[in-house]
Design a protein around this ligand. Structure first.
Ligand SMILES: Cc1cc2nc3c(=O)[nH]c(=O)nc-3n(C[C@H](O)[C@H](O)[C@H](O)COP(=O)(O)OP(=O)(O)OC[C@H]3O[C@@H](n4cnc5c(N)ncnc54)[C@H](O)[C@@H]3O)c2cc1C
Length: 386
């Protein structure tokens, strides 16, 4: 077991941290408050190769794995810039296309995802299906060579910033007649695709949308992979990187909050000595730091298993990492606010601005309850309860 990063990984970590520091949490919050997007940071990260670290080198990426992408997610979040679309465009869409796309799809999308010039967002969640993936009701049927897609999706992040959305829709298998999920890359300006912005209580420049697909026509090559059978394995390919990178983002956010709190309590002295000398203040921060580090180890393990192609083990580890990280991040941000007293709730001190984001991390992309269900069933061997 080697806990040391490679020199290249350490270099990447340092370089991304330096980039994040140049922008910082104020940049992120200002963009969110003014309805802007983190375009400058995204473009710079793309130019420097950070968005494409996990994209194969032949398509303009860095040729690394999810370990490298998790480093990017963690370090930007640790600088106060938790960019959710990293989890969506390079982690989900990029990985799915790299593993399951046709040669033409790889050529078309991967260089742009790696360079950050085009984002591909991801739509699976539906209002009436929620956590129950078996109830997905968005369907795609053939019309000549084309596909027609109809249905609704909700909470879809970043649709306003992306020219494409990768959509999970069910198609009818010709042999069995059963509906199975398939993936389609759909232009976000396709006729028949409309959207409504959801008002969210999260301070973030990235927005969530309701999408309506009303007979959206896409050509045959919008289907990811050579045929519809690619759908299910492709979907599973995307879920582990999503969980791992979202977990890494949670770790970065926890580190950011704990950094802020540590520097605050080491200088503020209301009883003559710094607040950090009071164990009632320092211990909760230490507790949160321990849980953050534990979750961080789990993220590294999940990423290593995924990059080694050990998908089944990676699935368990990715779920556990995501659970541990979202709990640790929520605890770290809450504890950091407490350590700041009233200042913790101000915008200036930049900690309460993270509350909505870390809280949402316990719900999305998969809720803590669904992870507990998964672990109870697949690790502890309990009967499925739902
Ligand atoms: C900020 C944010 C960004 C998002 N971005 C995207 C995106 O880009 N693309 C996308 O497709 N989706 C996105 N989502 C959606 C997200 O994946 C879902 O919200 C999440 O999967 C939960 O589904 P739901 O909201 O329908 O909750 P529900 O399924 O309605 O669940 C509600 C509650 O019941 C619990 N519950 C449900 N079933 C069970 C059970 N069997 N046992 C125990 N408890 C259960 C859940 O854990 C949850 O606490 C985003 C959500 C948020 C908040």
């Amino acid at each position: 077991m080697n806990f040391d990063p490679t020199p290249e990984q350490q270099q990447l970590r340092d370089a991304v941290a330096a980039l994040g520091k140049r922008y910082g949490h104020k940049y992120f919050v200002d963009k969110a408050r003014t309805g802007g997007h983190t375009d400058e940071l995204w473009a710079e990260a793309g130019k420097l190769g950070y968005l494409g670290v996990s994209v194969p080198a032949e398509y303009g990426g860095g040729g690394g794995g999810i370990t490298e992408l998790a480093i990017v997610c963690e370090e930007l979040a640790a600088a106060g810039c938790p960019l959710l679309l990293l989890v969506v465009s390079p982690a989900i869409a990029g990985t799915i296309i790299a593993r399951h796309g046709t040669p033409a799809q790889k050529q078309r999308y991967l260089p742009a995802i790696a360079a950050g010039t085009e984002k591909v967002v991801f739509a699976i969640t539906e209002p009436d299906a929620g956590s129950n993936f078996h109830r997905l009701a968005t369907v795609a049927h053939r019309d000549g060579d084309d596909w027609m897609i109809s249905g609704r999706k909700c909470f879809i992040s970043g649709v306003d910033e992306a020219p494409y959305v990768m959509v999970v829709a069910r198609t009818r298998d010709a042999a069995t007649g059963k509906l199975a999920p398939a993936l389609f890359v759909v232009p976000t300006d396709a006729p028949g695709l409309t959207r409504t912005k959801l008002d969210m209580e999260i301070v973030s420049p990235e927005n969530q949308w309701l999408l309506y697909f009303d007979d959206v026509r896409v050509p045959a090559d919008a289907l990811v992979g050579e045929d519809t059978e690619v759908g299910l394995p492709a979907l599973f390919t995307g879920l582990n990187p999503e969980r791992i990178t979202v977990a890494a983002m949670g770790i970065g956010t926890a580190r950011y909050a704990l950094d802020r709190a540590s520097s605050y309590v080491s200088t503020r002295a209301v009883w003559g000595r710094p607040l950090g000398t009071h164990q009632g203040v320092a211990h909760p921060l230490a507790h949160a730091a321990i849980h953050t580090e534990l979750a961080r180890l789990m993220v590294a393990k999940a990423a290593a298993l995924y990059d080694a192609g050990r998908d089944l083990e990676a699935g368990v580890a990715a779920n556990m990492a995501k659970y541990a990280s979202s709990e640790a991040a929520t605890q770290a941000v809450d504890t950091a606010i407490q350590a700041h007293g009233g200042n913790g709730m101000t915008t200036d001190y930049g900690v309460a601005t993270l509350l909505g984001g870390v809280r949402a991390g316990r719900i999305a992309p998969v809720s803590r309850e669904m992870i507990l269900n998964f672990v109870a069933q697949h690790v502890l061997g309990q009967e499925k309860s739902y």
